[in-house]
Ligand binder design. Sequence first.
Ligand code: FAD
Ligand code: DLZ
Ligand code: SF4
Length: 512
Amino acid sequence: MTKLRLILGDQISGSIAALRDIDPATDLVMICEVMEEATYVRHHKKKIAFLFAAMRHFGERLAERGCSLRYVRLDDPGNLGNLTAEVGRAIGELGVTRLVATEPGEYRVLEMMRTWSGLFGIDVEIREDDRFLCSIGEFRAWAQDRKELRMEYFYREMRRRYDILMEPGGKPSGGQWNFDKENRKPPKKGEPLPARPSHRRSVILDEVLDLVDRQFPEHFGTLRPFHYAVTRKQALIELRHFVDHVLSRFGDWQDAMLSGEPYLFHSLLSSYLNAGLLLPLEVCKLAEQAWRDGRAPLNAVEGFIRQILGWREYVRGIYWLEMPDYADRNALAASEPLPWFYWSGETSMACMAEAIAHTRDHAYSHHIQRLMVTGNFALIAGLEPRAVCEWYLAVYSDAYEWVELPNTLGMALYGDGGRMASKPYAASGKYIDRMSDFCDGCRYDPAETVVEAACPFNALYWDFLARNEGRLRGNPRLAYSYKNWERMAAEKRDRIRDKAAESLKHMRDGLL
Ligand code: FAD
Ligand code: DLZ
Ligand code: SF4
């Protein structure tokens, strides 16, 4: 009786549920590179290379440990190109009677897995993914009966449950749950930025880079230089480097943006966490220890831990709570096609060009660039959510639908009508000017709204409020903005709306 243990590309953890209780004498581990997973959106070249290299290294490690392994490479002659067909081929060739998998990160793949038992006439066991700190069922129970879901309350429960940054008597360390107010400093030019680790290139990585060059030449993004960790050992080097050399300054400049500096003081750990090379609890514990040892201040450590113990778990909970129809929501009825400059980076808006260049070169841009630059533009210009979500899913090396969709549709686009965020993250160019140096080198002027060289974000911001007045006017967190809009003379409001219409036309014509 052969038991097949299936490992997906983002399940590269030695402790993954599907490998629990494995019997190396009878069981077979299967990992497969398939065209469908690499192209259902046209993933960034670096994302494909990162995953394939990490999958191959992981396979090699399992084989070294004595596991029988069926590793299907993308260019193997018999490769049938998708997970279902490859599972079917393995079953046919090996006489498999039972398949053990871990729940996947996408509804699409879960639906696929649910067909396998009927299709192939075998037992299929889909195990809970216990790499996450809150199971889908636990989140559902937490969310039940709550009229409004807010991350902050969920986060506090997670702090208590995992005893992270907690003091005797159940008090949060430092007497406060959240130090976010201390984490909004504008960028400081000349502040020395930390170096980042580099990793030795393996034969596996070189082979994968050549494969990606050959097979995905049309995909977005630059492949080389390639700097990602691709093994657990390398990912741990990234983690320790961050905690020892970067974390202490993570908090202060968490929201800042600088030209030519995609990373600043961010951890760059999301790709490793999401693929399974790092586990969320070990990351949080190491960060907490740095604070307890006096090596990093509490505002930095709390802010960092909140992202992982709070936001990361919360968005996953929302995804599974709201799917499958979540992906189709469009609460603001936004319908503008995604402008081509999201792919080409060719726009005179320096902030957008910069964020897209970081994305193209590194398959990365940090949270505030994703939310307040490319996301904010998509929101206030009324870009169609499906297309925007597809872009975010394709271009970032850490993107899987469970985390991308709530962040994009919910947080950035307010497409879920407020399930994720209590108000739309709409902002004018003045916010970007305050938090970055982008405007210094821009053709547009962040202080102007209607003149020829006015920053397009300004008129689009007011136009967004006006356009969505019926849907958003009742939101108390927007009351101040609507009051300011209403205080303006009618003629000024008309000029702003004309300017917004002109910017949208320029956007459609490729002239923005
Ligand atoms: P840091 O700033 O160092 O944060 C530490 C860790 O916290 C991250 O590694 C990540 O694991 C976690 N984290 C932080 N914010 C979030 C968040 N909002 N949701 C979930 N986890 C979070 N994150 C992804 O992992 N995959 C995505 O596809 C993704 N898409 C996004 C799309 C949009 C529109 C927005 C606004 C955010 C998105 N995020 C996504 C969240 C966040 O931007 C990234 O996790 C972060 O930028 C990764 O960089 P980092 O590892 O340097 O993070
Ligand atoms: C993202 C991705 C890519 C590019 N390629 C593969 C692959 O060839 N084989 C595989 O098992 N998984 C891959 N993945 C990750 C899956 O798309 C991922 O498991 C689902 O998106 C669910 O999170
Ligand atoms: Fe972006 Fe406006 Fe600043 Fe230009 S002026 S960088 S478009 S915010």
